[in-house]
Ligand binder design. Structure first.
Ligand code: URA
Length: 310
């Protein structure tokens, strides 16, 4: 009787797990026996055998724990630049804990971009012309995160290529960097439109809503964990609130670094985040540019950047 229940439960688990996308689950059956924690999501026949034999009439408690798949194990390991590891002393991956090589990051980000391009987890997936996963240097020390693609980005499938993007390019150049040296992405990967039936219309932009942000969140989190920059600059209130996980206004969040903590991934090393104005807001309110420049100078000081040559 108890065996039948367990078999039925294992079937339920298999179906449940098959419906999950990329996460692994740890199944803890009969929590009093820690040894019964199964190593991976799939409930193999051997693992079914490992389930505890239930005395009749007793209740079986099952707990699911989401286990971030990506690069969690690397968090405990440090790779040092030695002759054996073949790493240059200034290599990104020598900087404590990030085990992903440039090639691994490139592959992981490309795979993620393909997933994003076929994503229909929220309605934006049906109205977009192109998904906009993000682009840039996979080994970047600095990552910029905006709120979501607009008209031009939707057409080109690239982030920040419209008027706001041109200003962002100037901000990056003023810091003494080239666009290709940083990584640029958005919280939402598809164009949030006020009128999704007419994606060809200009002026059809809006901020992503809470549901869209929740659907997309794992993508930006995974990108940050793969790239593992030293600093993230959140562009605008939507990005700042989502990543700093604080509902305060942008004005209240600006001016200090926060330790970045993500929901679905463990970062291989600490990442700091700073909030500043969105370039589109700076286009509307040029008077805010000097404050944005103060923010960027905080990051420049941390990264030892001298700014553009005069
Ligand atoms: N605004 C954003 O937030 N992101 C873009 O990619 C373009 C405009």
């Amino acid at each position: 009787m108890a065996q039948d229940s367990l078999r039925r439960l294992a079937g339920e688990l298999r179906r449940f797990i098959a419906n999950q996308e990329e996460d692994e689950f740890i199944l803890t059956a009969a929590p009093q026996r820690a040894a019964d924690i199964l190593p991976s999501a799939s409930v193999q026949p051997a693992a079914q055998e490992a389930l505890p034999k239930m005395p009749e009439g007793e209740t079986l408690t099952v707990e699911f724990t989401r286990k971030p798949k990506s690069i969690t194990p690397s968090a405990a390991v440090e790779v040092q630049p030695t002759a054996e590891t073949g790493l240059a002393a200034d290599s990104q991956i020598s900087l404590s804990g990030s085990l992903m090589t440039t090639a691994q990051k490139t592959t992981a980000l490309a795979e993620l971009a393909e997933t994003i391009k076929s994503c229909t987890r929220c309605p934006l997936g049906s109205s977009r012309l192109n998904a906009v996963p993000g682009e840039g240097n996979v080994d970047a020390d600095l990552m910029f995160v905006g709120e979501g693609p607009g008209f031009d980005e939707d057409r080109q499938g690239r982030p920040f290529v419209g008027r706001a993007g041109q200003l962002l390019d100037k901000m990056i150049a003023a810091m003494g960097l080239k666009r290709e040296q940083v990584f640029i992405a958005n919280i939402a990967k598809c164009h949030p439109m006020t009128d999704p039936l007419h994606p060809e219309k200009h002026g059809n932009d809006r901020a992503p809503n809470a549901e869209e942000i929740a659907c997309c969140r794992k993508y930006i989190e995974k990108q940050i964990s793969i790239i593992c920059p030293k600093y993230v600059v959140a562009l605008g209130g939507v990005s700042a609130k989502a990543l700093i996980a604080d509902a305060k206004s942008l004005g209240a969040l600006r001016g200090k670094f926060y330790d970045l903590h993500l929901d679905s991934v463990t970062l291989p090393r600490p990442v700091k985040i700073l909030a500043t104005f969105h370039p589109a807001a700076l286009l509307r309110n040029p008077g805010w540019k000097k404050d944005a420049w103060l923010d960027l100078q905080m990051v420049m000081a941390e990264l030892g950047l001298k700014g553009a040559a005069k």
